[in-house]
Design a protein around this ligand. Structure first.
Ligand code: PMP
Length: 438
């Protein structure tokens, strides 16, 4: 489907050193204790996807499970489809089962590739719940005093809402049409401030040994936090100068959720060295992936990446149909349309109600930050948040919560949501805010 040229050790997007055999075994079908390859050759399977298919191979049309020590069309086809959605040179795909595993793998590869150890992430970030990923994650609630957090550092979150200069300026957001950035182009004070903080970090905490910089293009758990316009661009440049690689965690922002772009990083005009993804990749079926460059993939050397379930045939088939559905049902476009509408209407509520401090996001990745009042910008206390949250639920709408202080409502619905659904939510949310204020 795209002009993708495999490297000698790749089969259309897949990095094949994972294979057990000199020549890859392409498994196509499975039934009971038997497997068939794409040429129709039958094998008695005495390894069961590495002791996983404990009952029997299922005839779920073709294949239920076999491990990625073999190759099968579902995995190959999906890897190719996914690689084609990413710009060059991001073409080598590794499969995992979750976002945490994808980020663990990304850290490992970054360390092997650069020979450095330290990793920088942003305050407010969430990168997963495994021992390593909790090291990347900044929020104290998820932190444990364990050695796997070693080498993980958080830099100041470039949150333009809470930043020194405040205001929702310098964000690539439809809401910007309501409140324009007041900085002259290329001279954003907020951006300068956060870059200065990072430079100080390089001068003090992590001199010359950075392996990777991780960031979600729009923070998810952090509360739909957006960055000043050139923040990621300038940061990527600085990190690369210091010998590190740049990783985009697209677990929440990928697959069209931000509307105008399929990947969140594209909204920042940057090209990461590695992209991690999960959640929406298979619409809830457990799956994750890391896509990187052939050069970085080589850093595994003679080693292997092995993951029993990663890239399971069924998961790949599901993920593949997810890509088809997003395209055929124009879900990315819908994300822009309904998301922009919702944010525009929410911005009107922000202007009307003292306790709605900020409305931000892009597409259907939306955050509504609640404050005590607009002058102080202090977070609305947890009890008040809970009251509005419960009230919204009682009126039939489920939303999320997030932000460092739990002060941000998070809206990231299925991308099939309609304008009528948005109106229903807006009416309910307005009522809940009014109920609280009365
Ligand atoms: N990265 C981000 C941005 C996330 O939001 C999450 C999950 N909330 C993860 C990584 C971890 O993904 P998982 O829960 O699938 O391990």
């Amino acid at each position: 489907p795209c002009d993708f040229k495999p490297q000698p050790y790749q089969v259309r997007g897949l990095y094949l050193r994972v294979t057990y055999y000199k020549k890859p075994v392409f498994i196509n079908q499975g039934y009971m204790q038997w497997l068939w390859d794409v040429d129709g050759r039958r094998y008695l399977d005495l390894f069961a996807g590495v002791a996983t298919v404990i009952c029997c191979h299922k005839q779920l049309r073709r294949l239920w499970h076999t491990t990625a020590i073999y190759v099968y069309p579902q995995m190959q086809e999906y890897a190719e489809k996914l690689a084609c959605l990413l710009p060059d040179p991001l073409k080598v795909v590794y499969f995992t089962n979750s976002g945490s595993e994808a980020n663990d793998l990304a850290v490992l590869m970054a360390r092997l590739y650069t020979g450095n150890f330290d990793v920088i992430t942003l305050r407010g970030s969430y990168h997963g719940g495994s021992p390593q990923a909790t090291g990347l994650t900044s929020n104290a609630d998820y932190k444990y005093p364990i050695p796997s957090s070693m080498g993980c550092h958080n830099t100041m979150c470039p949150d333009v809402f809470r930043g020194l200069w405040g205001g929702s300026h310098c964000r690539d957001s439809p809401v910007q049409t309501i409140r324009e950035c007041s900085c002259s182009p290329g001279h954003c004070q907020a951006n300068d401030m956060y870059i200065r903080e990072l430079k100080e970090m390089f001068a003090t905490t992590v001199p010359n040994r950075i392996a990777a910089f991780f960031a979600e293009p729009i923070q998810g758990v952090g509360g739909a936090v957006q960055f000043p316009k050139n923040y990621l661009k300038d940061t990527y440049q600085l990190v690369r100068e210091k010998g590190g690689i740049c990783i985009a965690d697209e677990v929440q922002t990928g697959f069209g959720r931000t509307g105008s772009h399929f990947w969140g990083f594209q909204g920042h005009n940057v090209l990461p060295d590695m992209v991690t993804m999960a959640k929406g990749i298979a619409n809830g079926f457990p799956m994750g992936a890391v896509v990187t460059t052939a050069e970085i993939a080589r850093s595994f050397g003679k080693g292997v990446h092995f993951n029993t379930f990663g890239g399971n045939p069924l998961a790949c088939a599901v993920a593949s149909s997810v890509l088809d559905t997003i395209k055929e049902d124009k879900m990315q476009e819908n994300s822009t349309e309904v998301g922009t509408y919702m944010m525009t209407e929410l911005a009107k509520l922000r202007d009307k109600y003292e306790i709605i401090g900020d409305v931000r996001g892009k597409g259907l990745q939306i955050g509504v930050e609640m404050v005590k009042d607009k002058a102080s910008r202090d977070p609305l206390p947890p009890e008040a948040m809970a009251e509005i949250f419960e009230d919204t639920k009682d009126m039939g709408v489920l939303i999320g919560k997030g932000g460092l202080y739990g002060q941000t409502f998070r809206i990231k619905p299925p991308m099939c949501i309609t304008k009528d659904d948005a109106d229903f939510f807006l009416a309910v949310f307005t009522q809940a805010v009014q109920n609280y204020m009365e």
